[in-house]
Write a protein that binds this ligand. Structure first.
Ligand SMILES: [Zn+2]
Length: 260
């Protein structure tokens, strides 16, 4: 009986280890720890996810805040441009998964902008429905209670002097996922990830509704951008070409041809 128990126990450990290894292979591979996207846009690997620092003479803004609660990498990059964490004015959150929001409390004066559907997720009041994010949510419960939260609606424009961001709702990865566009740069969070020379949605295990995510991606055709800066691999200067290829390969096969 005891031997049987040991055998079952060892088998379970083997299954869990194999599942863990498999899941590990699905994780997107990050690029360089620091990514200069534009003169005034830098990507910083902050723990397991990228945060993007954007600034002009009078304003400093972040897109996402990474998985590291100390936000050390972001604070170092701020110092390099002569700014302090207290000067970060806003954090534009692409979605409420813990690996994109854990650094928020480090920026005490920033207002946190999040699309309405992810407010509860951000606070830890609700768990994500995607299989893996839900598991991580159980393992790492988050209680991020930013003092200044602005719930965003699609189509909102956020301006910080000459930095003007469009808010684009892209529900699917989470219910309140959104992207931000600054000039020709699209900050895509996890909804659209660079992989090798292509882009596409994340593996289905990571998303609440992969089908909604794909539909949201199809709607990006009308959005003018050239560069994609995502939450886990960095940026691609040829993001538009990659996106067009993805779109072509994923169009409904029986969709009517566009009028000539
Ligand atoms: Zn995510």
């Amino acid at each position: 009986m005891r031997r049987l128990g040991i055998a079952v126990g060892l088998s379970l450990v083997g299954v869990v280890a194999a599942a863990g290894l498999y899941l590990w292979t699905l994780l997107p591979t990050p690029g360089a720890a620091r990514q200069q996207v534009r003169d005034d846009v830098v990507g910083v690997l902050a723990g397991r996810a990228y945060a993007y620092l954007i600034w002009n003479a009078d304003h400093v803004v972040l897109v996402d805040a990474g998985s590291d609660p100390t936000a050390a990498a972001i604070v170092r990059e701020l110092a390099a441009i002569g700014r302090r964490p207290e000067q970060v004015e806003a954090i534009l959150v692409t979605h409420g998964h813990f690996d994109h929001v854990s650094g928020i409390p480090r920026f005490v004066n920033a207002r946190t902008c999040v699309c309405q559907g992810d407010h509860q997720l951000l606070r830890g009041d609700r768990l994500p429905s995607g299989l893996l994010p839900r598991l991580f949510g159980h393992l790492m419960p988050q209680h991020i209670l930013p003092p200044h939260v602005q719930a965003l609606l699609a189509g909102t424009a956020l301006t910080f002097g000459d930095l003007a961001f469009d808010v684009i709702a892209t529900p699917g990865h989470t219910g309140g996922s959104c992207m931000y566009r600054l000039r020709d740069v699209l900050f895509s969070g996890d909804s659209l990830l660079n992989t090798g020379a292509e882009v596409g949605p994340p593996p289905w295990l990571f998303s609440d509704s992969p089908a909604s995510n794909r539909r949201a991606l199809a709607r990006l055709e009308a959005v003018p951008f050239t560069t994609i800066a995502d939450g886990h691999t960095g940026f691609s200067a040829d993001g538009r070409d990659r996106y067009e290829r993805w779109l072509k390969a994923n169009l409904e096969p029986d969709a009517p041809a566009p009028p000539r």
